[in-house]
Write a protein that binds this ligand. Structure first.
Ligand SMILES: [Zn+2]
Length: 90
């Protein structure tokens, strides 16, 4: 009997063959020059190297989320610092 409680099996990390564990990760996307953060995305994270893997159906949902103009207009926004690399030079 299929259960949504069963953790998704991400298999092994394609980079280092470490084991992947599911975490809720904030992911950021750039859509037409705009930075969009999607919070708490179920993501397979490699315990060894930190590689992140999103399963196919989550990817489909993410694509829908970041292109949904109506919900983006209603979304909370955060201010992020934007610093030029040049400005770091003393
Ligand atoms: Zn890895």
């Amino acid at each position: 009997m299929p259960s949504t409680k069963t953790p998704y099996n991400y298999g092994k990390c394609h980079v280092c063959s470490g084991s992947l564990v599911e975490r809720k990760v904030d992911q950021d996307f750039r859509i037409k020059g705009k930075l969009i953060v999607v919070r708490a995305v179920p993501t397979g994270v490699c315990r060894r190297c930190g590689e992140k893997v999103v399963r196919a159906e989550v990817g489909v949902q993410l694509a829908a989320i970041v292109t949904d103009a109506r919900s983006l207009r209603a979304a909370a926004t955060i201010a992020v610092p934007v610093v030029s690399f040049e400005a770091r030079r003393a």
